[in-house]
Ligand binder design. Structure first.
Ligand code: PCA
Length: 203
C-alpha cells in the first residue's frame, strides 16, 4: 500500500509552513503497512493542483492525504468537503488573486472527502491530540487542491481514498504576531498526522 502525503510551501508572508515540515518529516516512512511518499505543493493556483495531479497520475497511490496550514484554527481540522469555489482572501505566491470563480466550471458544487473523518477525529482525541471535523477547507489553495484531487479521482474512476487535514500555526509563527493566536507544536501535529495515516491504512 502506498500513500501520498503533501504539504504546502510557505505563503502569506510567512517563511515556514507546518504542513511542509510535517510532510517532509514523513518522507520514506512506513505507517500501518502504508509506504509514504511526500511532495510539497506550490501555493500557486495553476501549479499547485497541477503538481498534485501529476504525482497522483504517475504514482497511483492507494491513499492521498493533503496537509495545509490554517493559522487561527486551534486544533487539527479534518476536512469533510471541498467546494467548487475560488475566492482567495490573499493573492497566491505568484501574486494572483481569484474572486468568485469556480474551481472547475460545470463541476459539482462539492465533493466529500473519502477518508474516515470521524474515526480519525476520535482516534486523535483518544490519543490526546486536539482535533475537530471541519465543514470548510476555505476558498483558497487548500480547498482548490482538494477539489481538483477529488474531481480527478472521481472522473478517472480511481480507487484512491483522499482527504485533507488543516494544521494550526507553529508556535514560532504565533509568537511572531502581535495579536494572540493559537498554535500547535510540530511534534504534536506530526503525531496527529501519523495517527490519521494509521487509521487510513486500516480502512
Ligand atoms: N494553507 C492555505 C494554502 C496553503 C496552506 O498551507 C489554505 O488553507 O488554503
Amino acid at each position: 500500500m502506498k500513500f501520498l502525503i503533501t504539504g504546502f510551501e510557505p505563503f502569506g508572508g510567512s517563511t515556514i509552513n507546518p504542513s511542509e515540515q510535517v510532510a517532509k518529516a514523513l518522507e520514506g516512512q512506513t505507517i500501518g503497512g502504508a509506504q509514504l511518499i511526500t511532495a510539497i505543493l506550490p501555493v500557486n493556483g495553476q501549479y499547485g493542483p497541477r503538481t498534485l495531479l501529476q504525482i497522483v497520475q504517475d504514482e497511483q497511490p492507494d491513499g492521498v492525504l493533503c496537509l495545509g496550514e490554517a493559522s487561527g484554527r486551534p486544533v487539527l481540522s479534518i476536512e469533510r468537503i471541498a467546494v467548487n469555489l475560488l475566492d482567495y482572501r490573499i493573492p497566491d505566491n505568484a501574486g494572483y488573486q481569484v474572486v468568485d470563480e469556480p474551481v472547475i466550471p460545470g463541476g459539482p458544487a462539492a465533493y466529500f472527502t473519502t477518508i474516515p473523518v470521524r474515526k480519525i477525529a476520535q482516534e486523535l482525541r483518544e490519543s490526546g491530540i486536539p482535533a475537530e471535523l471541519s465543514l470548510s477547507a476555505g476558498t483558497y489553495l487548500c480547498n482548490q487542491v482538494l477539489y481538483c484531487l477529488l474531481h480527478f479521482i472521481e472522473t478517472n474512476h480511481l480507487a484512491a481514498r483522499a482527504g485533507f487535514i488543516h494544521l494550526p500555526a507553529l508556535p514560532q509563527q504565533a509568537a511572531g504576531r502581535a495579536a494572540p493566536q493559537p498554535s500547535m507544536s510540530l511534534e504534536c501535529s506530526l503525531a496527529g498526522i501519523r495517527t490519521a495515516i494509521g487509521v487510513m491504512s486500516g480502512c
